[in-house]
Design a protein around this ligand. Structure first.
Ligand code: ATP
Ligand code: MG
Length: 397
């Protein structure tokens, strides 16, 4: 037997329906934010991720599925969505401001565990050409509302990187602080030299640190923006908590950063959505100097905690009293489907009415539609509601 690769999984049936409910909840909300949907390639030039996510990040150093293709080009399965969307924005010269949204599989070679897979699904947005506290606030609100619609209990954590200059200054100050520590893990000993911010999102070391606060380095106007964003969020019913160690694992962020955590998940995998402001990435990837803000939701993790609405499956199951009425039964099936009803029937010949009823039960059909001599003669069908046992006769036109 050939099995799926480690960390890769199949999603089908009810689990896929849960996925779809989550996605459509996001879609409904994001529609109100006037987003346009975009689909970008799963395979991209490796360099795109090195330049955007950052060479000295875990994603690029340890988690990427990258290889040489048949033309000897260095390519990678996308580990996240922002880089590709920004590349598409620049390459296709999209007009802006524009709010883009995407959904699709992402790939990271991480150690698989519950809520952490090597192929996982993100739904995300990139709001391009918007800046200032109202833009930051609306970006975060666009992430929070769908999660509320799904009925999830969440907490929102925010921080600011204070702009590119503050980020660089803080990195240096943080490096000095980290240099004196003797308990860092091997990875962090390397990180503190090349990319000290990344030490703050190390799941092992970060909890043991009391680093200097970035706010000390954030210029006044950025600080005011941050405070104002929080006030706007609170006014619109999004309670936030500041996490001074929150910096996110990707290098392109420059301003507000945030993470939304679900109370019901284990700490190692409880971030269900994360994002922030990245004002330099578009320029870095060859575009104009355009500010932007984005987030991505982890649909696999949300599906672990989302309780789907318990609607009965409104399936109509057409049964025939004998194969003589196969043609009529098929006609009824098509009429039902043409009027947008989920409908099915047994296609094999020689199945007794009882066997057909068993199939209807197995599929959880709500309605059984009978086609027999009497019905065909009168041009009607008999319908049984399987929940109440009630029956009625109806014509189908
Ligand atoms: P974590 O700290 O849990 O590794 P991350 O910071 O690497 O998350 P992001 O790059 O910000 O994650 O991706 C946004 C969201 O995508 C995460 O909050 C999470 O819900 C989801 N996600 C990231 N990696 C995985 C994965 N390997 N499997 C499932 N979901 C994931
Ligand atoms: Mg990660």
């Amino acid at each position: 037997m050939i099995t799926a690769l480690r960390g890769f999984r199949d999603i089908w049936g009810e689990d896929w329906e849960v996925f779809e409910e989550i996605i459509s909840t996001f879609k409904n909300r994001l529609r109100d934010f006037n987003v346009a949907w975009i689909e970008t390639p799963i395979l991209e030039p490796l360099e795109l991720f090195v330049r955007s996510v950052g060479e000295f990040t875990d994603i690029v150093q340890k988690q990427m599925f990258s290889f040489r293709d048949r033309g000897n080009r260095e390519v990678a399965l996308r580990p996240e969505g922002t880089a590709g969307v920004v590349r598409a924005f620049v390459e296709n010269r999209l007009s802006y401001p524009i709010r883009l949204a995407y959904f699709g599989p992402m790939f990271r070679a991480e150690r698989p565990q519950k809520g952490r897979y090597r192929q996982f699904y993100q739904l995300g947005v990139e709001f391009i050409g918007f800046s200032g506290p109202y833009a930051d606030a609306e970006g975060l609100i666009s992430a929070y509302l769908p999660l509320k619609d799904l009925g999830l209990k969440v907490k929102v954590f925010v921080n600011t990187l204070g702009g590119e200059e503050a980020k660089v200054k803080y990195s240096e100050k943080l490096r000095d602080y980290l240099m004196d520590l003797d308990f860092l893990c091997e990875d962090c000993i390397r990180r503190r030299e090349r990319n000290p911010l990344r030490v703050l999102d190390c799941k092992v070391c970060s909890p043991k640190l009391s680093p200097p606060d970035i706010l000390e380095m954030v210029p006044k106007n950025e600080r005011d923006n941050f405070d104002k964003t929080i006030r706007i969020l609170e006014k619109y019913g999004v309670p936030v908590e500041r996490d001074p160690k929150l910096v996110r694992g990707l290098d392109y962020y420059t301003g507000l950063v945030f993470e939304i955590k679900a109370e019901e998940l284990d700490a190692a995998q409880n971030t269900i959505l994360a994002g922030g402001r990245y004002d330099n990435l578009i320029y870095q990837l060859g575009g104009e100097n355009i500010p932007a803000f984005g987030w991505a939701a982890g649909i696999d993790r949300i599906s672990l905690i989302y309780k789907p609405s318990q609607k009965p499956k409104d399936l109509y199951f057409v049964v025939r009293t004998s194969d003589e009425y196969f043609e009529e039964a098929f006609e009824v099936l098509m009429i039902l489907r043409n009027s947008n009803k989920r409908a099915d029937m047994v296609f094999e010949e020689g199945k007794s009415l009882k066997a057909q009823m068993r199939r209807a039960n197995k599929l959880g059909a709500r309605w059984v539609v009978f086609v027999g001599e009497e019905e065909v003669k009168r041009g009607v069908v008999k319908v049984r509601d399987m929940e109440t046992g009630e029956e009625f006769i109806t014509s189908l036109d």
